[in-house]
Ligand binder design. Structure first.
Ligand SMILES: Nc1ncnc2c1ncn2[C@@H]1O[C@H](COP(=O)(O)OP(=O)(O)OP(=O)(O)O)[C@@H](O)[C@H]1O
Ligand SMILES: [Mg+2]
Length: 582
């Protein structure tokens, strides 16, 4: 570390202003006072720096030194990330707790990744091979379920020499590339997106097993989605469901909680989740970032970039990564607080004018990409899907955080307090939610779900929209005023809502539905609708026969049918065809 030091001239909560910071750069990390508190320069005017401090600043005062480091705020990348629980600037919470007790004491220096632990490195290249940045040098079994790919760091290119095999810690050289020693550890600044070879147009859905999402409001691998919802509407349960069930390899979960219970969700509930794919802990393929309430707001601001950088690193290995932030509103509040202390001109509701561009630059780091690397024959595709929960105060979606988020994401899962109150879960409002990816994945769904899938989806959504109009009429003049056909629409949409959109996260059979199962159930419901329409038109049945048929009970049980028995649902569809219209 250089001995260049400025002097504190003002302390305002997490913000420290220092003068005499010659040669300092924006976003440079500094050490504040002789306690060496970690801070980051977020504003520079000549030699005066405003510093966001990631530790408690009480007791600091003017005149104390501020040391420059010349380095941007960075994270450590390498084996050992999975299963870790970090704070917003990648300090391992468990280790800190061991060293310093329950409260993070100031200036504790614990490396993000263990320097002692050794990992079994198996090379995939040999001496004399030409490699360039992003190429895979070798593999390490990182956790029970994930193989870590050790890559040539960005900026390094050349001939491989002295490649090793065996057990090494992350700082020992495992090869020389272009004359430079390369170890498993890499360092990357959090505010700078990691380079990719090419951004591609996403074409594959991220299958979540949640019927409402995968059917009507799908997200793609490499896409961006948001879940706005008022207090208690199911944001966290939805994110946990996605973490468990989505067909992503790696989960990065950022908990930006504030209230006690939100942190319990992150620190206690999340590590208990079981990975349905392996039967082991979900943490085996997860990195958790938890902003505990005893940490200054500034760390919360940094946490989403820390998480994003870790996610990009696994994406670069060729994995499908899903990053979840719960909730981004707490991040935006941290931004607002820092902006207020900087005495910047406030924008809407006190948020800084750059809330929009910051939000965009976060979600824009999502993508479906060709990974960096030279060997086209072994081309890797990786994806990073970003899913942010938003907690609009009072559920008011016109507030700035929601609005700025909607400007960049292409999927909106609007959680609805009224639905949650009626215990319709997931409480995703089917009339207001949307996905702009439906067209991008149409070919995929036709090929993999069923050629008529897009038509079935459209028809179901149309019925649900018609229901909203018919309900208005019923409210005004009663159900008797509806024609038999209109009554049938209401009956079908009731089935759609209660037996398809409704999904119980806590029921073993219902919690996940494969595309095959979704297709089978939706087919059954729509077949019933079509056959009933035909029967009404032909005069073969009246509406009471249709709504009261025992077949309806069988439909309502389909969601509880296990994956291995899906043929029972197809059988039901056949029974409907042979029984209703005759
Ligand atoms: N998909 C679901 N299936 C069954 N129950 C659900 C589902 N989603 C939410 N719930 C119920 O709603 C409760 C509240 O959900 P959750 O904690 O996810 O809300 P939240 O939006 O994260 O709330 P907060 O604003 O407090 O963070 C859960 O404890 C659970 O009982
Ligand atoms: Mg929550």
């Amino acid at each position: 570390m250089s001995e260049k030091a400025g002097k504190i001239i003002k302390v305002a909560g997490p913000l420290v202003v220092a003068s005499g910071m010659k040669g300092a750069k924006m976003y440079e990390v500094v050490q504040v006072s002789d306690q060496k508190l970690i801070g980051e320069i977020i504003e520079l005017k000549d030699d005066t720096a405003s510093i966001q401090v990631y530790e408690e600043t009480s007791g600091l005062g003017p005149g104390e030194p501020v040391y420059q480091t010349g380095k941007p705020l960075s994270v450590e990348l390498g084996p050992g990330l999975l299963k870790s629980i970090y704070d917003g600037i990648q300090r391992p919470l468990n280790l800190i707790r061991e060293q310093a007790g329950d409260y993070i004491t100031r200036g504790v220096e614990v490396p993000s990744l263990d320097r002692e632990k050794t990992w079994k490195f198996t090379p995939v290249v040999k001496d004399g091979d030409e490699v360039s940045e992003g190429d895979i040098l070798g593999e390490v079994p990182e956790s029970a379920t994930i193989v870590h790919k050790v890559m040539v760091p960005p900026g390094v290119t050349g001939k491989v020499e002295n490649i090793k095999a065996g057990d090494f810690n992350i700082v020992e050289p495992i090869a020389k590339v272009g004359g430079k020693n390369v170890a498993m550890l890499q360092v990357w600044p959090i505010r700078k997106p990691r380079p990719v070879k090419q951004k591609l147009v996403p074409t594959e859905p991220l299958i979540t097993g949640q019927r409402s999402i995968d059917t009507f409001f799908p997200v793609v691998k490499g896409g961006a989605a948001c879940i706005p919802g008022p207090f208690g509407s199911g944001k966290t349960v939805t994110q946990h469901q996605l973490a468990k069930w989505a067909d992503a390899d790696i989960i990065i979960f950022i908990g930006c909680g504030e209230r006690g219970n939100e942190m319990t969700e992150v620190l206690i509930e999340f590590p208990e989740l079981i990975d349905p794919k392996s039967g082991k802990a979900l943490m085996e393929r997860t990195v958790l970032i938890a902003n505990t309430s005893n940490m200054p707001v500034a760390a919360r601001e940094a946490s989403i970039y820390t998480g994003m950088t870790l996610a990009e690193y696994y994406r670069d290995m060729g994995y499908n990564v899903a990053l979840m932030a719960d909730s981004t509103s707490r991040w935006a509040e941290a931004l607002r607080e820092m902006s207020g202390r900087l005495e910047e001109m406030p924008g809407e509701e006190g948020y800084p004018a750059y809330l929009g561009s910051r939000t965009a630059s976060f979600y824009e780091r999502a993508g479906y990409i060709k990974c960096l690397g030279s060997d086209d024959s072994k081309e890797r595709i990786g994806s990073l899907t970003a899913i942010g929960a938003v907690s609009p105060p009072g559920g008011d979606l016109s507030e700035p955080v929601t609005q700025n988020t909607l400007r960049v994401v292409k999927v909106f899962w609007g959680l609805d307090a009224a639905l949650a109150y009626r215990r319709h879960f997931p409480a995703i409002n089917w009339l207001t939610s949307y996905s702009l990816y439906i067209k991008d994945i149409e070919d995929y769904t036709k090929k993999n779900y069923g050629s008529d899938w897009p038509d079935m989806v459209r028809e179901s959504l149309n019925l649900l929209q018609e229901e909203a109009k018919l309900e208005e009429i019923v409210r005004l003049v009663g159900v008797e005023s509806l024609s038999a056909k209109e009554q049938l629409v209401l009956d079908t949409t009731k089935t759609l809502r209660e037996d398809y959109l409704f999904q119980d996260s806590f029921d073993d059979a219902d919690t996940y539905a494969s595309p095959k199962k979704m297709y089978a159930i939706l087919k059954t419901i729509l077949t019933y609708h079509h056959e009933s329409l035909a029967a009404l038109e032909a005069g073969n049945k009246n509406i009471k026969d249709i709504t009261g048929s025992p077949l309806k009970d069988r439909i309502s049980r389909t969601r509880m049918i296990e994956e291995k028995n899906i043929s029972e649902i197809d059988k039901l569809t056949e029974d409907i065809k042979s029984e209703i219209n005759k």
